[in-house]
Design a protein around this ligand. Structure first.
Ligand SMILES: NC(=O)c1ccc[n+]([C@@H]2O[C@H](COP(=O)([O-])OP(=O)(O)OC[C@H]3O[C@@H](n4cnc5c(N)ncnc54)[C@H](OP(=O)(O)O)[C@@H]3O)[C@@H](O)[C@H]2O)c1
Length: 286
């Protein structure tokens, strides 16, 4: 099979490069220079030229705060371009594996969100991602939508790398303790996506939740990063969302229920602390 990975220079895209390295399939990685997904003509030309069987759409507009001021730009990438990819998949009989987010939920729940929980995004980024999901459904293409959250990895800019930088330069870092979710190692998600492809399970269309197991606050996440990385010079202190306002409102609670993913794909998912330790070890070996 030929597998197109869009957004191939992003953090999930780069994790996909590693996870697929030993595959017997042909993976083609593109980013905006090679394939701008907002262009229907470029998508059509790529599909016709390469004979795409599966698209893993890792391309996205992910600047959550900036999206408040640039919602139409975010919508163009997270919604309209996704509609174009889905239409191309439908036309060329390909399967779309699309990545979405916990930010489609309002965060008012107190127990993990199931796939059928009602979306009610509370920020612009979430609205555009939810519109993207709906466009996939409306296209009628074969699709697997994977909603994930709090992605971090060795690659790109993310919370783990920001904390490591701050720990090295500050005496104290204050981190919000009243937003609950689950940190997710992009390497685990990439391996899970590749396993779906390698094990021939791309027929299992539908929406699934994938994050690491367990739950914590951003403060807990930061404290665990400090502990595992052996940082003892910088104090990690809790604060409230009200004390650390951001342009985009974040869901207060967005833990995802992963039972459908584990049952359908007959797999387990690592606990978040275990994966964090694995990622920090890989970072230290770079
Ligand atoms: N990061 C998280 O915490 C998180 C949480 C939940 C869900 N997700 C979802 O997970 C997926 C992967 O996220 P990520 O963290 O890997 O994002 P990322 O690091 O921002 O990567 C996205 C990639 O897409 C590229 N891109 C942007 N516009 C494009 C276009 N028009 N055509 C082709 N490529 C384009 C970006 O290029 P530029 O950098 O040049 O713009 C970037 O390389 C996304 O769908 C995201 O919504 C992420």
């Amino acid at each position: 099979m030929t597998i197109l990975v869009t957004g191939g220079n992003g953090q999930l895209g780069r994790a996909m490069r590693l996870a697929s390295a030993e595959s017997r399939h042909r993976y083609i990685f593109t980013d905006i220079e090679e394939l701008n997904i907002v262009s229907a003509e470029a998508i059509e030309a790529f599909f016709s030229r390469e004979g795409v069987d599966v698209v893993v759409n890792c391309a996205a507009y992910t600047a959550v705060n900036l999206a408040e001021d640039e919602e139409s730009i975010a919508d163009n990438i997270n919604h309209r371009a996704v509609a174009l990819l889905a239409e191309a998949c439908k036309h060329h009989n390909a399967t779309l594996i699309h990545i979405s987010t916990d930010y489609i939920f309002d965060g008012k729940a107190t127990t993990p969100y199931a796939e059928e929980s009602s979306p009610a995004p509370i920020n612009a980024y979430g609205r555009t991602k939810w519109a993207g999901e709906q466009a996939v459904a409306e296209s009628g293409c074969r699709a697997i939508i994977l909603r994930t959250q709090w992605l971090y990895s060795e690659f790109g800019r993310n919370f783990l790398k920001t904390m490591l930088t701050l720990f090295a330069s500050r005496d104290e870092v204050r981190v919000v303790a009243d937003q609950i979710g689950t940190p997710t190692y992009a390497g685990d998600l990439a391996e899970a996506i590749c396993a779906i492809i390698e094990e021939g399970k791309i027929e299992e269309c539908g929406t699934y939740h994938y994050s690491n197991l367990g739950e914590c606050s951003w403060y807990d996440f930061a404290a665990e990063i400090a502990r595992v990385s052996g940082c003892d010079k910088c104090k990690v202190a809790p604060c409230t969302t009200a004390e650390y306002p951001t342009k985009a409102t974040r869901p207060q609670y967005s833990v995802l229920d992963k039972s459908k993913f584990m049952a359908t794909f007959d797999t387990s998912i690592p606990e978040w602390r275990e994966s964090l330790a694995k990622c920090i070890k890989r970072l230290n070996n770079q």
